[in-house]
Write a protein of this length. Structure first.
Length: 73
């Protein structure tokens, strides 16, 4: 079983790709080797999504290229 990383001291920054100013922001923590924690800035005490570096890099490459991205679910 994978252990959930301790994010209590994470250095969070707002993504430059978040739209909507203070109302619609994603925060990313860059200081965790091998993973990229992402959270909703409106819920800093809530859960974070944990992505592998390769998955996050692929997602960001798609965002930067303007790829059509669809939510699943």
């Amino acid at each position: 079983m994978k252990q959930t990383p301790d994010l209590s001291a994470a250095g969070w920054r707002k993504s430059s790709y978040s739209a909507g100013g203070d109302n619609n922001c994603v925060e990313v923590a860059d200081d965790h080797p091998g993973i990229v924690p992402v959270r909703d800035s409106k819920r800093p005490d809530g859960s974070a999504l944990i992505f592998s570096v390769s998955s996050w890099s692929a997602f960001m490459a798609g965002v930067k290229s303007g790829a059509d991205v669809h939510a699943v679910g």
